[in-house]
Design a protein. Structure first.
Length: 254
């Protein structure tokens, strides 16, 4: 694929994804949101299993069970803890499961469950707030890094620069704060601090996926999304930002 055709495919895929998110957001029907996130979770889980080289079927079964129960359980995040304990019990009893098979229950399962919990407890506006915050962080990091990046940020991802990270965090913090003040019943200081910390964690969500891909020796987590790679390539920042956003909203009394 040439650079121009790849760029065109990237734009087309982004437009389709944006349209899908907007439709789900406009409908704001819990079952539709749960189903939409569930499809993304299923694909992301499969990609993570491939990256982690986990051959067990158990994480699929646990992931499906957790997601189904999360659809009606009032505190969805509790289910991941319970799942890990049950998984550990099975591992100890059978002595045949791979210890590595624990990891898919943390990534991407934990982040996806917190995405759902954020919607369940705080509504669609909170979910869209997080989506915009992470998107602005990504955009800010890309353009700042491209135009001003000189200092390497981490050996995990040589293309990332410190300047890009700083630019991304600033963009995510400013944009996230503005969005929170307009959409959420939250004070300025809380909106600023939450946006700042969530933006930082979204950077490390992207870095963590880069680490997994580097360990697996692949460029993308999958090929489902033309011009973008896999689903994990698109949601990596959200998987780290969602738990942080949810927990900080609780800590600030919102």
């Amino acid at each position: 694929m040439t650079h121009s055709s790849e760029h065109s495919a990237r734009i087309q895929t982004a437009a389709i994804l944006l349209a899908a998110v907007l439709v789900v957001g406009w409908l704001d029907i819990p079952f539709i949101t749960w189903l939409f996130l569930g499809v993304a979770f299923g694909i992301a889980l499969n990609e993570a299993m491939t990256l982690l080289k986990v051959s067990e079927l158990t994480p699929y079964l646990f992931g499906a069970a957790i997601w189904i129960v999360a659809g009606f359980y009032p505190q969805p995040a509790d289910l991941v803890t319970l799942g890990l304990l049950v998984f550990a019990a099975i591992l100890a009893y059978q002595r045949r499961l791979e210890v590595r098979a624990f990891l898919p229950l943390l990534y991407p399962t934990l982040g996806m469950v917190y995405l759902w919990a954020l919607y369940r407890e705080y509504g669609m506006m909170a979910l869209l707030w997080m989506l915009l915050l992470v998107a602005l962080t990504d955009i800010g990091a890309y353009y700042t890094g491209k135009n001003f990046g000189k200092t390497p940020f981490s050996p995990t991802s040589p293309n990332k620069t410190l300047e890009g990270v700083v630019g991304g965090v600033i963009a995510g913090t400013i944009g996230g704060t503005i969005v929170a003040l307009g959409w959420m019943e939250i004070g300025f200081f809380a909106a600023l601090i939450i946006s700042l910390i969530a933006a930082k964690f979204s950077i490390f969500g992207d870095l963590f996926e880069s680490y997994l891909k580097r360990e697996a020796g692949v460029k993308d987590s999958g090929t489902l999304l033309p011009g973008h790679g896999g689903v994990l390539d698109r949601i990596d920042g959200y998987l780290f930002a969602a738990p942080v956003l949810y927990i900080l909203l609780h800590l600030t009394g919102n």
